[in-house]
Ligand binder design. Structure first.
Ligand SMILES: Nc1ncnc2c1ncn2[C@@H]1O[C@H](COP(=O)(O)OP(=O)(O)OP(=O)(O)O)[C@@H](O)[C@H]1O
Length: 351
């Protein structure tokens, strides 16, 4: 169990804290993802857990023991970095067992762990190659193997797939996740990629400006976002959040909207359809600026009620519409999200 209790980080006296007040418990065997935009503080938290960065305030406990001031090697964890940091003049095998050698683990154990790890990451045939003779994905797997043989119960990973091409990144996501399940290890994984967070995380913590926005399963974050930041972060294309609903009514643009004037309304692009399905569907008059047909769907780009911000909808199939005119689209009321003007979610009550 890894517990962060009111963790804070300030790099210098004069600057404001980059991590404001983070509290979370990570359970053994969990795949825990920290996600957020660049500069939100993900790596800082990971490095504080690893012991590579001092903790300004709060408590870090691992299995109930206070870790704040212990050196990295006393924390029983292993870290995989973005740049794999393999030794160029050592073979794959030598790289993997390097840590065990320096800890003077006996040769038989070294050999056994190496052979298990090579099998696990599917690199047995590459064991005597040098890093320069491997692809990026293979190098990454060597780095993972090295973490795994370390025998640590907790592995920290900071954007480990960021240097890989899209295809490899996708397959590695599954390999890492499968390996983690098989070994029952705890992984804390940092990424700025929403898809990676959603596909890998048992639970995901989303950060912005050093403040936790929400912690939950991927389904909870998608279905019940606690604020507009979370709502817009997950989902492609991102959720439309439309302010000033009374305006719509006054302009007769939204045809049947008894909305609370103090609310923002969130509509996921794929919730829209061009035929009315229920008689109380919300009807929206959209100025359709342009459309893109992307095979399975059509993306609509436009504006509502002459607002500057572009809204985007995604319609199934090839939409039979023309751009540069008003079109009516429909959204089921159950598919609407409501937020207050500060962006905090309101209970989704029927309106
Ligand atoms: N050594 C440092 N000294 C001072 N400020 C730092 C230091 N390291 C990071 N910061 C600042 O702390 C904040 C959080 O940085 P951090 O690297 O944790 O973010 P991140 O979410 O991991 O970003 P990225 O996705 O870009 O890696 C940023 O504003 C950054 O400029």
């Amino acid at each position: 169990m890894i517990e962060l209790q009111h963790i804070k980080k300030r790099y210098t006296e004069q600057d404001e804290a980059v991590i404001k007040d983070v509290t979370v418990s990570i359970t053994p065997g969990e795949f825990f993802v920290m996600v957020g935009p660049s500069g939100s503080g993900k790596s800082t938290i990971l490095r504080m857990i690893a012991g590579l960065e001092s903790i300004t305030g709060g408590e870090l406990l691992i299995d109930g023991e206070r870790m704040n001031d212990l050196p990295p090697k006393s924390r029983h964890l292993s870290m995989v970095f973005q740049n794999y940091a393999l030794y160029p003049n050592m073979t794959v095998s030598e790289n993997i067992v390097f840590g065990l050698k320096s800890r003077k683990v006996d040769r038989a154990t070294q050999f056994q762990r190496l052979s298990d790890a090579l099998t696990m990451v599917d690199l047995t045939d590459f064991s005597s190659r040098y890093p320069r003779e491997l692809s990026g994905g293979q190098r990454q797997r060597v780095a993972l193997a090295r973490s795994i043989v370390s025998g640590a119960d907790i592995i920290l990973m900071d954007e480990p797939l960021s240097n890989l091409d899209a295809q490899l990144r996708e397959s590695m996501r599954y390999e890492i996740k499968a390996l983690q399940r098989k070994l029952g290890i705890t992984v804390i994984y940092v990424t700025h990629d929403q898809t990676e967070a959603m596909t890998m995380g048992d639970r995901v913590m989303i950060l912005n400006d050093g403040i936790v926005q929400q912690i939950g399963t991927p389904i909870q974050l998608y279905q019940v976002p606690e604020n507009t930041f979370v709502a817009k972060f997950f989902g492609t294309p991102k959720m439309n959040v439309i302010p000033g609903v009374t305006d719509w009514q006054n302009h007769g643009v939204a045809i049947n909207t008894p909305f609370d004037p103090d609310a923002l309304v969130g509509i996921r692009p794929q919730a829209a359809h061009i035929n009315q399905e229920n008689k109380d569907d919300l009807a929206i008059s959209l100025w359709l600026a342009s459309m893109t047909y992307i095979g399975s769907d059509t993306l609509l780009f436009g504006t509502i009620n002459n607002r500057d911000e572009t809204v985007q909808f995604k319609i199934k199939g090839m939409a039979n519409l023309s751009s540069q005119q008003y079109v009516t689209i429909y959204v089921s009321r159950e598919d609407l999200y409501y937020f207050d003007l500060a962006g905090q979610a309101l209970a989704t009550v029927g309106v």
